[in-house]
Write a protein that binds this ligand. Structure first.
Ligand SMILES: [Zn+2]
Length: 479
């Protein structure tokens, strides 16, 4: 299967170098953005960036440096990486989120996933899903397919055909799922190994990459639906074939209580996953909203990443991930996911915005604790609130974009994407920051209107401001 290029519309790879001129912005750390104005990036026919020139023309956020006028409205960002989504739940996107997690699975989700026994039905859904992901700027996705090997293969094939970088797993469960969606441990293990081998064989590595565009992921659904024997077997397959692993952990209160009742001795997801050697530097755990600090510390030490899904967590988890505490205290890599269809939207831009909004909830909690018990008498009341707000958990837009790009690449183990560097793959989205739909539908340049009244403070600041407006939903459009 030939390599594909997410940025290009044409299915035919180019035959000569491509030169792109413009503004390139990426997020090398959770607290910084790097801006390259008036820069040319050269991309080889195989999709590798071979030069970024002129070299050294890099500015970092909030550096105010005057620059010659240029078209700063059109910029390139690294493609978004969605690190947690359930492909077969796409048909129920934005509906049926009215039940607690375990009931939701039983009532809506397992019966829907069972329909993917029909490869023709699966194929139709996969094509719609993959095209829509790409249209929304998602160029990489880590996905749960269904339990069916054929449907899972077809999802991989669809991603390859449309050029979506993907890590895909056949979902495994050998208990606590309805009869029509159950499988035995043997079926689960056999199917997983078959898919892993097929995927590695089918998607050979392109020039400049160590592995194919689509890679297999060993995927125990989550602790409540997997016996210890199945977990052990899946762990052995992951080790034997050096694959990634994905599952859910500490998602919601009903899930946590079920795990406790099934495992009275080990009680917790992290303890059980550790016991079965399923936590590795190539493991992604979805949600983790109810992790304890010692559990987060284990993830940091093992290099296991978290896929945070803020919209889904508001709907199902009864908790919000303390992103900054886990990042800063325990060195846990945290990426973002839409959790289709636990989340409402397929758009990573929506997940990015939600990450910022829901992080404020921690600030609310701290305020109320402050009201109850943590008053510091010598500080003026306003100062106390200010201090608590600063020490809170706010995820700003730069950090959220880092999680959706660089953090996602780290989680997925895609070492050649996420930032713009020579030798990395060209995997990007082009965004127009300057335009927005006016109320009557006509285009209006919201940034320009304000700039008539303002002194320009330097071109880099201008780009940063436009990017922040785009993130917050006020301006820009993806092109
Ligand atoms: Zn999930």
């Amino acid at each position: 299967m030939p390599p594909r290029f997410p940025y290009f519309d044409s299915p035919t790879p180019p035959t000569s170098d491509l030169h792109l001129h413009g503004t390139f912005i990426d997020f090398p750390t959770p607290t910084s953005l790097r801006i390259r104005l008036d820069t040319e990036v050269t991309i080889s026919p195989s999709g590798t960036m071979t030069s970024i020139s002129p070299p050294g023309r890099e500015f970092w956020a909030h550096h105010s440096i005057p620059f010659p006028p240029t078209n700063h409205s059109r910029i390139f960002l690294p493609g978004f990486i969605d690190t947690h989504l359930h492909a077969p739940q796409y048909p129920q996107l934005a509906t049926k989120t009215d039940l607690p997690l375990m009931e939701w699975l039983e009532t809506y989700t397992f019966p829907l996933e069972a329909r993917f026994a029909d490869p023709e039905f699966a194929e139709k859904v996969w094509e719609r899903l993959v095209k829509r992901l790409l249209r929304n700027g998602t160029t990489g996705a880590v996905m749960f397919a269904s339990k069916h090997v054929e449907a899972t293969k077809r999802l991989a094939g669809t991603c390859g055909r449309f050029g979506l970088r993907a890590a895909i797993g056949k979902v495994c469960s050998d208990r606590n799922v309805p009869e029509g969606y159950m499988e035995t441990r043997e079926e689960s293990l056999r199917g997983t190994e078959e898919f892993v081998k097929w995927c590695k064989e089918t998607f050979k590595s392109a020039e400049g990459e160590e592995e194919g565009l689509v890679v297999p992921v060993v995927t125990p659904r989550f602790i409540p639906t997997c016996t210890p024997e199945l977990l052990r077997g899946l762990s052995a397959i992951a080790k034997k074939h050096s694959t990634r692993i994905q599952t859910h952990a500490a998602e919601s209160l009903d899930e946590i209580l079920l795990v406790q009742s099934l495992h009275p001795i080990h009680q917790r997801d992290i303890s059980l996953l550790t016991r079965h050697h399923l936590l590795t530097p190539r493991t992604i755990l979805a949600h983790c909203c109810h992790l304890t600090d010692p559990e987060a510390k284990i993830l940091g030490q093992l290099g296991t990443s978290i896929a945070s899904c803020p919209t889904s967590n508001l709907l199902f988890a009864q908790a919000v991930l303390p992103v900054r505490r886990f990042q800063e205290r325990f060195n846990v890599n945290i990426a973002l996911g839409t959790d289709i269809a636990g989340g409402h939207s397929i758009s990573m831009l929506s997940a990015i915005r939600q990450a910022g909004l829901v992080s404020r909830v921690h600030g609310f909690r701290m305020m109320s604790e402050h009201d109850r018990s943590v008053r510091i008498p010598e500080m003026h009341e306003e100062e106390q609130y200010d201090r608590l707000a600063r020490e809170g958990e706010v995820v700003d837009w730069v950090r959220a974009l880092y999680m959706a790009t660089t953090g996602g690449a780290v989680a997925a183990g895609w070492e050649k994407v996420g930032v713009f560097e020579v030798g990395m793959r060209w995997d990007a989205v082009e965004v127009d920051l300057g335009w927005d739909e006016g109320e009557a539908g006509e285009k209006e340049n919201v940034v320009a209107v304000e700039e008539e009244e303002e002194e320009e403070n330097g071109r880099v600041d201008e780009v940063v401001e436009k990017l922040e407006r785009w993130w917050s939903g006020m301006g820009g459009r993806r092109v």
